[in-house]
Design a protein around this ligand. Structure first.
Ligand code: PMP
Length: 390
């Protein structure tokens, strides 16, 4: 049957990453394509204990419906962590969501009419293009430089176009691994103070810094902005627990949109996550994740230098899970993907991460989900694929 789908469904790309993940189901393929945390970091036993505890102690209550904003002690925990990072957040300004992905959906719903202007980084997070895409906005993009967005280009764009939202992943960005410097964060805050544009700051990787100094989110300089967080990278992505921080007027609308969407996030899981956080040393756990990812990242950087041609450029992220490769001008990473499949190694071609002006010679590598042996072997295979294509 020719289903009469809504117009918006034709405007969003299907997730290229999901399509690629299908190809990489072959167990012989070494995949750097997915964006998965390392399962070694999942606190299985601790979550088991926390689950039994909440069921034993308050079983009937934790299986009941709850409030849209989320479990208050969990929101208090989040607010407390922010205050240690130099960001004062009121508990009422925090709502628990189904991962930070739902924040994107809710923000799109409450702010965007068709054709509204949205500025994305170039390149940007693929699923943000999808989530906002459902609201049929007009996407604009600003290049990402080594230390964050090109602020001169951002300033120019905001002066010439009507822009409602600027979406930025300010630490260890997906897909590039790039982090905004303190200077850049101030420049962005100063520019946005002069405009009506709202900063939507997505920070899922902020805790996974394994080198350099922690830098507070731009929200600390721009209280009117919206900030997302998540337990996906520090506890478990499968539990789908994230949160949104927003000023009261925005929160009011977010609560309405969230009620319409799912009433509230899984209350039982909120209670389990909170119990886990209460009974365990989460900072120690995060330190272990940082150590694990740093050695995987170091191995990948080392293997890139060893096995990929010298003209290949790469970012050297100080945290997070991704690294960005720029092949020599004229090379296509989509074409390279075919050769890479023959060599049984996978990555995500850069095209997927652009709303406009894609750079066909770029690609994303994930380093958090592979053991170090596979990283060495995988980079060797990628080097072979590049040589064969040349
Ligand atoms: N934003 C960015 C930039 C991400 O990389 C991810 C995870 N891939 C998300 C949001 C969504 O994460 P989650 O919904 O698991 O919190």
């Amino acid at each position: 049957m020719d289903y009469p789908f809504a117009r918006r469904m034709y405007k969003i790309p299907r997730s290229f990453v999901r399509e690629i993940l299908k190809v990489t189901e072959d167990p012989d393929v070494i995949s750097f394509a997915g964006g998965l945390p390392n399962p070694l970091s999942f606190p299985v036993e601790e979550v088991k204990k926390a689950t039994s505890k909440v069921l034993d102690e308050e079983g009937e209550q934790v299986l009941q419906y709850s409030t849209t904003e989320g479990y208050t002690p969990l929101r208090e925990f989040i607010a407390r962590r922010y205050s240690h990072q130099g960001l004062d957040v009121d508990i009422d300004d925090i709502m628990i969501t189904n991962g930070s992905q739902q924040c994107l959906d809710l923000v799109g719903k409450i702010f965007l009419n068709p054709d509204d202007g949205v500025v994305m980084e170039r390149p940007t997070y693929l699923a943000a293009i999808q989530a906002f895409g459902l609201s049929e906005p007009e996407f604009h993009s600003v290049p990402l430089l080594e230390d964050g967005v090109d602020t001169a280009a951002l300033d120019k764009l905001l002066k010439t176009e009507d822009i409602k939202l600027f979406y930025a992943v300010t630490s260890f960005q997906n897909p590039t691994g790039i982090t905004y410097s303190q200077k850049k964060r101030k420049e962005v805050a100063d520019i946005l103070k002069d405009h009506e544009t709202i900063l939507v700051e997505d920070n899922p990787y902020g805790d996974i810094r394994f080198m350099g100094e922690d830098i507070p989110p731009i929200k600390s300089q721009l209280p009117d902005s919206v900030l997302f967080g998540t337990f996906s990278k520090i506890v478990s992505p499968g539990m789908r627990m994230g949160w949104i921080v927003a000023p009261p007027e925005v929160m009011d609308k977010l609560i309405t949109a969230k009620q319409a969407s799912d009433l509230h996030s899984n209350y039982f899981t909120q209670r389990v996550v909170y119990q886990y956080l209460q009974d365990n040393d989460v900072d120690g756990h995060i330190q272990n994740i940082r150590k694990l990812y740093k050695s995987q990242r170091d191995q990948m950087v080392k293997s890139i230098k060893e096995f990929l041609p010298r003209e290949v450029k790469h970012t050297e992220p100080e945290g997070g899970m991704f690294l960005w490769i720029t092949l020599p001008e004229g090379m296509s990473s989509l074409k390279l993907f075919e050769y890479a499949m023959e060599e049984k190694v996978a990555f995500v071609p850069g095209d997927a991460f652009y709303t406009d002006n894609p750079e066909p010679n770029t690609l994303r590598l994930n380093f958090s989900n592979c053991c170090e042996e596979d990283i060495v072997e995988g980079m060797q295979r990628l080097g072979d694929a590049i040589k064969k294509m040349k």
